[in-house]
Design a binder for this molecule. Structure first.
Ligand code: UDP
Length: 418
């Protein structure tokens, strides 16, 4: 069943070279040496998509950089393992401010904010460029601009709309971007369009730097003996497995996947990921939903896994089910790099990655019946699934490589330092 949705071709979506192209093969060796000194700031100690993107970049720039985290967690250890210098400047009250925060809530944390702004500015003065990787990092780093007077880059990983964020937060972002950010880099055209709608900054004037995925990490997994791989991961050896990767959160749509599974009598669903940002109640609801639908024996809650390549290779199909527009969706490109057919929710940056019927399959977001239909289609037609997977791997390697990501990002950093 093909969805009746408009999908933009990959070729046109990638044809926005705000930064010039250099051969990817030479990127790793040529751009590292000339890099200015960068202070990276990220709000999270947890490992979300934005943090994986920064991990690659900071790991590449260890010689002249430092990372400030606004809360501690496994992300710090991953950075340090790559040789990055990390400083944690945390404040429990500021970290607790949620996306939909009210004005009163924001006012209560002002003293903590002032402390963090000053601490980040003091560090930033030791570097050439301040690179802000998340929204709280944007707020705290940009507010300190009069103190540090360093060029500020913001890597925008979000779609800046009311579906995702509160009115107050969007308003703060809008004014800080206009007044204190020198360069915005976006992770997709969808993110750029939301920036334009919020701030008036033309979408085609900001560089799109797609996340890079290390396809070799997926190729290295030995998937030739599927039974052995599944046994190692504790998965059923002979079942037909659909995998959904990502933190457990309502807008990631794991509940849609459960509804779809209930329509597919003998398929299994593997949910890989944990509730990273206080979404435990949702995780609990998923267990209850699976029980209520009578499919609990076919749903496998794997929790957070470090070895995503192996888990993806163990699947027959990879699902992406976000109910709100996904800004980018690393898990989609990872599924492609794993040479698995990917079924994705057609909204946001996803349509810049997946071409329906060519390198993957698109369905309407939030539509469990359409998702079940798509899974059924690919299951019934292994030749089609194989063709999609083959093209997906090729596109992941050519369009979303780590080399290309690092080359474009380091170029943006150098431009900012001028
Ligand atoms: N991920 C992981 N282990 C898990 C679940 C997810 O390492 O158990 C990784 C996943 O491989 C991907 C990232 O978390 O690289 C999620 O990024 P994505 O862009 O899909 O979503 P975001 O977290 O940015 O909303």
């Amino acid at each position: 069943m093909r969805p009746t949705i408009d999908v933009s071709p990959l070729a046109s979506s990638l044809a926005q070279p705000a930064l010039s192209d250099q051969p990817a093969s030479s990127a790793r060796t040529t751009h590292a040496a000339a890099l200015p000194a960068v202070l990276f700031v990220d709000q999270s100690g947890q490992l979300g998509g934005a943090e994986f993107a920064l991990l690659q970049l900071a790991g590449h720039c260890t010689a002249h950089s430092e990372v400030v985290l606004l809360s501690d967690g496994p992300f710090r250890m991953r950075l340090e393992a790559l040789g990055a210098r990390v400083q944690v400047i945390s404040d429990a009250r500021v970290s607790g401010v949620v996306r939909q925060a009210s004005v009163m809530n924001c006012l209560r944390v002002v003293p903590g904010i002032v402390r963090q702004v000053r601490a980040i500015a003091a560090r930033a003065r030791q570097f050439d460029v301040l690179f802000l990787n998340t929204q709280k990092a944007l707020v705290l780093g940009a507010l300190g601009k009069p103190l540090h007077r360093r060029p500020v880059i913001w890597y925008q990983h979000d779609i800046l709309t009311r579906e995702h964020f509160g009115r107050v937060q969007l308003s703060i972002v809008k004014w800080l971007v206009r007044l204190a950010v020198d360069h915005v880099v976006v992770n997709s055209q969808a993110s750029a369009r939301s920036l334009e709608a919020l701030t008036g900054i033309a979408a085609n004037s900001v560089p799109v730097v797609y996340n890079g995925i290390d396809a070799q990490a997926f190729t290295r997994v030995d998937g030739s003996d599927m039974s052995a791989l599944r046994e190692r991961l504790g998965l059923p050896k002979d079942a037909w497995l659909a995998g959904l990767f990502g933190r457990l959160a309502p807008w990631k749509g794991q509940h849609i996947a459960l509804d779809a599974l209930a329509r597919l009598p003998d398929a299994h669903l593997v949910l890989v990921g944990a509730p990273l940002f206080g979404e435990d109640a949702y995780a609990q609801r998923l267990h209850e939903q699976a029980a209520a639908l009578g499919i609990a024996d076919r749903v496998h809650f794997a929790g957070f896994q470090d070895d995503v390549p192996a888990w993806m290779k163990a699947m027959d199909v990879i699902l992406h089910t976000s109910t709100e527009p996904e800004p980018f969706g690393r898990v989609i490109v990872e599924g492609m790099a794993a040479a698995r057919p990917v079924i994705a929710a057609a909204a946001g940056g996803v349509t810049e990655i997946v071409r329906h019927g060519r390198n993957g399959w698109l369905v309407k977001p939030g539509d469990a019946a359409a998702l079940a239909g798509a899974i059924g289609t690919l299951r019934a037609d292994p030749a089609l699934a194989g063709r999609l997977a083959k093209q997906a791997l090729s596109d992941a390697r050519s369009e979303f490589s780590v080399e290309r990501y690092l080359q474009r990002m380091t170029q943006a950093i150098r431009q900012a330092a001028r």
